[in-house]
Design a protein around this ligand. Structure first.
Ligand SMILES: [Zn+2]
Length: 386
């Protein structure tokens, strides 16, 4: 048993870190490298469920499959994830036919991107819980700020007590899949498994069912959106990215991150809606950067959980939704500098016109081969974490 456990640790550790924080594993300064990132249910809780553990995939329960009604979108071919973690467009036309965020930042009105009030700033941390999450929780308590934690199911069953602490302190909890999977690259059934197993673990620890989900790496398209919607979740994206994970992975420094946050503050007078930033409670580096970054924002905007800032009030969980006004998701969405204009029809092709890609060459979209190259380059650029 011990041997099997050790093997599972190595396999799963590689898989997890390869997908969520490639440099964190190589850095001796990160706490993540010293912590178990594999899934062995924490025995402090008498779990009712037998969760996927080790390197096993979160195969869905049969009854979960019945929750998703048949639709043409389910026939969309999954994208391809290379061994290097690059997401490749499986669409034979090479176009962004199904509003994949990964290609050009495409979002839909049903995605939360901004906060409704420009004086409020959505604040979220992805990929935990880890031990280091406690350090962030302690800091947030000192400034009396509540945020959203988009948690990974494997981490939930490893650190259920930390998830409970976050929830009990008033923070909002959302789903970030079981294995940090790139959702557009996996089958319909596995998308359901990734989401529902995470939901179940959260429900078992907290007694509530999240309505917010965040796709790892932002990798969402209309096929994923359809399944997410059928399961009763709302995608929660972001308007600005701290790139905090790049401090260890390369391409970002703490000073650079703090400079970006200062720019966010400087942009506040021009905003018509509230910003919504992405950070990670992944390791000591990202949490340390957050503890320096949030004081830059805090005096200028009201830091808030994502669902709350989108007008959800008590709607963050299925058990409490409906006790207040309906979620104001659509009004929370507006094109940002790095977010594509979108069409309201979920099955319609979306003109890939975001600034991100335009900077790489708008004409590229007329050429599927070039477009694919641009998309792959962008994907490589953003590496494999969000
Ligand atoms: Zn993530």
């Amino acid at each position: 048993m011990l041997i099997a456990t050790a093997v599972a640790l190595v396999i799963s550790n590689n898989g997890m870190m390869a997908q969520s924080a490639p440099a964190a594993a190589a850095s001796p300064t990160t706490t993540a490298s010293a912590e178990p990132v594999y899934a062995i249910p924490n025995q402090k809780i008498a779990w009712k469920e037998a969760y996927p553990s080790g390197a096993s995939k979160p195969v869905p329960k049969p009854e979960w499959l019945a929750l998703v009604k048949d639709d043409a979108l389910l026939q969309v071919t999954p994208n391809v994830l290379t061994v290097d973690g690059v997401i490749q467009n499986a669409d034979p036309t090479g176009k962004n036919t199904h509003c994949n965020w990964t290609w050009d930042g495409c979002v839909k009105p049903t995605d939360i991107v901004h906060c409704t009030d420009k004086t409020v700033w959505g604040t979220s941390f992805d990929d935990g819980p880890y031990e280091i999450t406690r350090e962030l929780l302690a800091y947030l308590k000192t400034i009396n700020v509540k945020v959203t934690f988009f948690v990974v199911g494997k981490q939930v069953i490893t650190y259920p007590e930390i998830l409970k602490e976050a929830y009990d302190q008033g923070h909002e909890i959302g789903i970030h899949t079981w294995t940090h999977a790139e959702l557009t690259t996996i089958s319909n059934d596995m998308i359901i498994g990734e989401l529902k197993w995470t939901e179940l673990a959260i429900k078992e620890v907290l007694g509530v069912t999240p309505r917010l989900m965040r796709p790892p790496r932002g990798d969402i398209d209309d096929r994923v959106r359809y399944i997410v919607n059928q399961l009763g979740y709302t995608p929660a994206m972001w308007s600005v990215d701290s790139q905090d994970w790049r401090i260890t992975a390369g391409g970002q420094t703490e000073a650079g991150l703090l400079g970006n946050v200062t720019q966010w503050v400087n942009s506040l007078p021009t905003l018509t809606q509230g910003g919504n930033s992405l950070m990670h409670d992944l390791n000591k580096i990202t949490v340390g950067a957050a503890i320096k970054a949030l004081p830059i924002l805090h005096p200028h905007v009201k830091l808030s959980p994502v669902g709350v800032c989108a007008g959800w009030n008590n709607g963050s969980y299925k058990e409490t939704a409906g006790t207040t006004a309906a979620p104001a998701v659509s009004s929370a969405v507006a094109p940002a500098a790095n977010v594509a204009q979108t069409t309201p029809n979920s099955t319609a092709a979306v003109a890939p016109a975001s600034k991100k890609v335009a900077q790489s060459g708008a004409a590229a979209f007329k050429n599927p081969i070039v477009y694919t190259t641009v998309a792959v380059a962008l994907t490589a650029l953003v590496s494999n974490i969000f």
